[in-house]
Design a protein around this ligand. Structure first.
Ligand SMILES: Nc1nc2c(ncn2[C@@H]2O[C@H](COP(=O)(O)OP(=O)(O)OP(=O)(O)O)[C@@H](O)[C@H]2O)c(=O)[nH]1
Ligand SMILES: [Mg+2]
Length: 472
């Protein structure tokens, strides 16, 4: 368990201690271990230097540091390095060090006492046991700063808001060493999270066109994934961005069985009314016991399955099915497959579903069809991302999930695209749109690569026929 102390606060404490880089290991927390002097001594005695941190309901953070070890020996200890401090007052950073005056009463080592500093005492956190009063602790200690520590002109009220109620009290063991700093560099670089970049992505997607020589009006992108992964929501997200308002053309939600029951090719219309040159094809969600099988997947890839076909798990499609496209054209074929998976349930995806996806992948690999993996709901993975989607490529949790997903489906990491769909929003948000378009642009690039390969194959086949004709 990591504590509540922020990296910045650790930097500040490290600077006050003043003897080089320090690591902070949480050894006692009242919310986890209980607020009890015996437990405090069990956890913290003979651990060397420690810092005690109190957090109150008003958002003030304060406490004390000692380089001496805690014990229940029943004595004061003259620790020349000890100090009390304030980091925040009512949610505002107010870093202040209250130095020790060396009067011999630095810390008070008594078995029935929680962390206690100074004679008098400057800070007595608690004695005996304090119970949780529904979300916070009314500590039975007090603050009488000014005896052994210099209050720097502040009174108690200006440190602890005049009360000893805390939501948490933590003790960290402090040792020499370099802390693992939170990564500042993103693990995947983007141009920037601003309107200019959003415009650039929008333009790239609007100007996307299948290669003219192929005579195809739209690239066909097929979305496949477990029930509730966010396939329909992804289409809604993209459509919303181009319409300039939240749209819900594809029905989304949560149900035991797939909400989407038909093979639905969605076009994206811009405000002027023109269509963009790709189709996002929505399918029925994959289920363990039923749903798309390899044969049906093959029909989908080849373009045999008619648009708006109602999937019927009880009777899989065959060449006799109504509307079966016997002679699909290049336009009917799938040019890029997008697997859609929920990042929050990635690790518990049933083995049967993975097997199914893998068998589909074998088919796709044989046909050379490119595959991407959309990892949805990244907002639920990480608090920072939930606050702002622009943090997605800085989040270690998201990075780990991308790594796992790439291993699960044997796809390069670059083909795994994290997204947060519009689901609860009433209006568009720049960062959500940027992330979704970034993924879509990549998907369209994959489709373009496939079309270029198709052109080359065609040209090679044509040269072969010409040679045969010349021989004749
Ligand atoms: N928080 C969050 N919720 C999401 C996201 N994407 C989808 N959802 C929610 O997940 C649920 C399922 O989404 P759908 O788009 O219906 O999923 P689907 O893959 O089309 O599911 P089926 O059609 O039933 O197979 C909905 O309640 C969405 O609101 C996301 O990125 N973040
Ligand atoms: Mg759906």
């Amino acid at each position: 368990m990591t504590g509540k102390l922020s990296d910045k606060d650790m930097d500040q404490l490290e600077q006050w201690i003043g003897t080089g880089p320090k690591t902070f290991t949480l050894i006692y927390a009242i919310t986890r271990d209980g607020c009890n002097a015996t437990t405090f001594h069990q956890k913290c005695d003979n651990q060397g230097a420690t810092v005690t941190v109190l957090y109150n309901q008003q958002g003030s953070v304060y406490g004390g540091y000692t380089s001496a070890t805690w014990q229940g020996s029943g004595q004061y200890y003259n620790d020349a390095n000890a100090f009390l401090y304030q980091l925040h007052y009512s949610k505002t950073p107010t870093p202040t060090k209250f130095p020790y005056n060396g009067n011999g009463n630095g810390i008070y080592k008594v078995s029935n006492y929680g962390p206690t500093f100074g004679g008098g005492h400057d800070l007595n956190t608690f004695t005996g046991t304090v119970n949780n009063s529904g979300g916070y602790f009314v500590l039975n200690g007090y603050m009488g700063i000014g005896n052994s520590y210099n209050a720097q002109g502040k009174n108690t009220n200006q440190i602890n808001n005049g009360n000893m109620n805390v939501t948490e009290l933590e003790v960290y063991k402090v040792a020499d060493g370099q802390r693992k700093k939170k990564k500042e560099e993103p693990w995947r670089k983007t141009k920037g999270w601003n309107e200019k970049f959003l415009d650039e992505l929008t333009e790239d997607i609007v100007s996307f066109k299948p290669l003219p020589d192929l005579h195809i009006s739209e690239a066909r992108v097929l979305m496949i994934g477990p029930v509730g992964a966010g396939k329909s929501s992804f289409y809604n997200t993209i459509n919303s961005i181009f319409r300039g308002r939240i749209t819900q053309r594809a029905c989304s939600g949560s149900a035991e069985q797939s909400l989407t029951t038909a093979y639905t090719p969605y076009l994206v219309r811009v405000r002027s009314g023109a269509n963009l040159n790709f189709k996002l094809c929505d399918t029925r969600g994959l289920e363990e016991a039923q749903g798309l099988d390899v044969l049906e997947c093959n029909y989908l890839l080849e373009g045999n399955i008619p648009e708006y076909y109602q999937f019927n798990p009880a009777s899989p499609i065959s060449a006799e099915t109504d509307g079966f496209v016997d002679k699909p054209t290049l336009e009917d074929k799938v040019h890029c497959v997008v697997f859609v998976m929920d990042s929050t349930t990635l690790e518990v995806t049933p083995a049967k579903i993975i097997q199914k996806i893998k068998s589909f992948q074998t088919l796709m690999n044989q046909k050379g069809i490119p595959q991407a993996l959309l990892l949805t709901k990244v907002d639920k993975l990480c608090k920072d991302v939930e606050k702002s989607v622009s943090q997605v490529f800085k989040s270690e949790t998201v990075e780990e999930h991308v790594e796992k997903a790439s291993q699960l489906l044997g796809l390069p990491r670059g083909n795994v695209l994290p997204v947060k769909n519009y689901e609860n929003e009433m209006q568009l948000e720049e960062n959500i749109s940027i992330l979704a378009l970034l993924s879509l642009r990549q998907i369209l690039y994959f489709a373009e690569d496939y079309m270029e390969n198709m052109m080359d194959k065609r040209a090679a086949a044509q040269r072969k026929t010409e040679k045969v004709n010349v021989k004749k």
